[in-house]
Design a protein around this ligand. Structure first.
Ligand SMILES: Cc1cc2nc3c(=O)[nH]c(=O)nc-3n(C[C@H](O)[C@H](O)[C@H](O)COP(=O)(O)OP(=O)(O)OC[C@H]3O[C@@H](n4cnc5c(N)ncnc54)[C@H](O)[C@@H]3O)c2cc1C
Length: 310
């Protein structure tokens, strides 16, 4: 790694930080790079443990949309972490549209078998409405604020036209409720009322049948980590504040001026030409505020985008 290149700091050693570092290391400009990680290990929310002779994922599990357009898939394939089936063209071409496959058999809580026809009818209704939410992408105004409100409003209009007996209506509503719960899991939220309608359609579903890593997802972050220059990771280095758009000078770099200064919890001050922040926004809104420091436009952008990570 050439030390004369621009000084770049990456905050956070999860897959985003590791991925950014890997890309930068491959760049011909070969920046002087450090990844500052708050904890003693890399990988963030990706962690695989071995129990009872098998792999247990404590964080991420699936590669969603494993096909050529997916950088996680590309890296996993590059490192030889996927099996023949996962790499097959047939697997990569499957179009799920992001909708969960229907169960082959369903039961009510009282043990009655539910007809597949009714489940399919409700699935078509629910996922048809989910697809409709794309119409509001980039809209300046939406009829309601959240995906949950939109779905409930549309469903209540449909229910008014149902002509079946009360028990069948209740059953259909219970099935729809199950689809709501599944969608909450997919979107990583307690309620679809917390998910903004306008940007919901931004989520792009890539082709490919979701797959897992035979040896655990952590194999991927371990491989990326191993591919980085030895001294690029700095562990146990929580970042406290980032001062942007300044003109900073540090005794360790006489005569040099840097636009960004990163302050760590332990008092270390690290000047840089560029800083890439990869800490989760949703979980640490307050700390992200501190990290983004005086960069008001960046902070506002994050709030506006309502970015919430699982
Ligand atoms: C239980 C669970 C299941 C999941 N399942 C899936 C799945 O099946 N498929 C999928 O694609 N995704 C899944 N996800 C989501 C996926 O794990 C995350 O989207 C992804 O790992 C996020 O990576 P990241 O690098 O953006 O953030 P993180 O992994 O959160 O990494 C951020 C890093 O920043 C560090 N950090 C935080 N604050 C500071 C600071 N102030 N200074 C320095 N470092 C700091 C943290 O310690 C961490 O290492 C799941 C997540 C969870 C929790």
């Amino acid at each position: 790694m050439a030390s004369g290149g621009p000084r770049v700091l990456v905050v956070g050693g999860g897959i985003a930080g590791l991925g950014a570092a890997q890309r930068l290391c491959r760049h011909p400009a070969a920046p002087h790079l450090r990844v500052l990680e708050a904890t003693a290990g890399a990988g963030g929310r990706i962690r695989s443990e071995r129990y009872f002779g098998g792999v247990v994922e404590l964080g991420a599990h699936w590669i969603h949309g494993p096909s050529q357009g997916n950088p996680v898939f590309q890296l996993a394939a590059e490192f030889g972490l996927l099996g023949e089936k996962e790499l097959s063209e047939e697997n990569q071409l499957v179009e799920t549209g992001g909708h969960v496959a229907l169960p082959s058999v369903s039961w009510t809580s009282s043990g009655t078998r539910v007809s597949l026809e009714v489940v399919t009818e409700m699935a078509n209704l629910f996922y048809g409405l989910i697809d409709q939410t794309r119409e509001f992408l980039n809209a300046t105004e939406t009829p309601v604020a959240s995906v949950g409100e939109f779905l409930k409003k549309e469903i209540s209009q449909q229910v008014a036209n149902w002509t079946e007996d009360e028990d069948t209506k209740k059953l259909k509503l219970a099935i729809l409720n199950t689809f709501f719960n599944i969608e909450c899991c997919v979107s990583g939220t307690h309620s679809m009322d917390l998910v903004a309608l306008a940007p919901f359609g931004e989520y792009t579903v890539l082709p490919g049948l979701d797959c897992t890593f035979v040896g655990g997802y952590q194999g991927l972050t371990d491989c990326i980590l191993a591919s980085l220059p030895k001294d690029s990771m700095v562990f146990d280095k929580p970042v406290k504040t980032i001062h942007w758009n300044g003109s900073f000078q540090e005794a360790a770099f006489p005569g040099e001026t840097f636009p960004v200064l990163v302050e760590c919890e332990d008092g270390t001050r690290l000047p840089a030409h560029h800083v890439i922040v990869t800490v989760p926004l949703g979980l640490h809104m307050c700390s992200v505020g501190l990290l983004l420091g005086s960069s008001r436009s960046l902070w506002r952008l994050c709030r506006m985008k309502k970015c919430f990570c699982l």
